[in-house]
Write a protein that binds this ligand. Structure first.
Ligand SMILES: N[C@@H](CCC(=O)N[C@@H](CS)C(=O)NCC(=O)O)C(=O)O
Length: 222
């Protein structure tokens, strides 16, 4: 049996969704974020990095959502949710599978952290310095990088309704997290209609809704 070590409001929602799309049975072990937003220490007993998602199946323990998705497709997916090898769609699929965590998420996580620096309580004399530095990093690097990524993602959906092209694939599941995060905390809105339509279409999928029912509330931190 597959166990998904599921942290509330987190990337492990994608794994639940994938398993629902595949129709593969699984159980959930739940972990609640601490006040700080960090995962509880108990997750480190499952995997040394203590991040979610992690899955266990028999003797296998696997972290990192991209690796988990590839593993689950190889072992339980058959030919589902990945375009055939040696096709242009497969190359697009690979690209977006890696882009999600390699390029899209880092500036979105940086934005979350630097936004917090700006609003965190601190001694009055430190405030202008901390806010000044945070504002500069956001203006020089984080904001423009997020906007360029979003423009690129929006343009790529011109070639097909899904990230790998005409067919829905696991790349859409992997890309859902940065798109949801950008809508939640980085200004993604109706000015990028293809990405907003992507969100509407994934939210309407029965497997997405089943995963929400099993996983519980899913709101990305701001
Ligand atoms: N690149 C990793 C990122 C894992 C990660 O940072 N997960 C977050 C949840 S969205 C987490 O566990 N945060 C709590 C913490 O860092 O303590 C993946 O895709 O699995």
């Amino acid at each position: 049996m597959i166990t998904v070590h599921h942290l509330n409001h987190s990337r492990s929602q994608r794994v639940l969704w994938l398993l629902e799309e595949l129709g593969v049975p699984y159980e959930i072990k739940r972990y609640e974020r601490e006040k700080s937003g960090l995962a509880p220490k108990s997750l480190q007993a499952v995997h040394p990095l203590g991040k979610s998602p992690v899955i266990t199946e028999g003797k296998i323990t696997l972290a990192e959502s991209g690796a988990i998705i590839e593993y689950l497709l190889e072992r339980h997916g058959g030919t589902k949710l990945a375009p055939p090898r040696d096709t242009p769609e497969r190359l697009r699929y690979m690209y977006w599978m890696h882009f999600a965590e390699g390029s899209a998420m880092p500036p979105l996580v940086m934005k979350l952290l630097f936004d917090r620096i700006e609003t965190s309580p601190m001694p009055f004399f430190a405030k202008p310095i901390a806010r000044g530095i945070a504002g500069k990093v956001k203006a020089m690097y984080i904001g423009p990088t997020i906007q360029r990524n979003l423009d690129f993602m929006e343009a790529s959906l011109e070639d097909g309704p899904w990230f790998a092209g005409r067919a829905f694939s696991a790349a859409d599941i992997q890309m859902s997290f940065p798109v949801e995060a950008a809508a939640g905390r980085a200004g993604l809105d109706a000015r990028r209609p293809r990405l907003m339509d992507f969100l509407d279409r994934i939210h309407a999928r029965p497997a997405y809704q089943r995963a929400l029912e099993r996983g519980g509330p899913f709101e990305l931190m701001s």
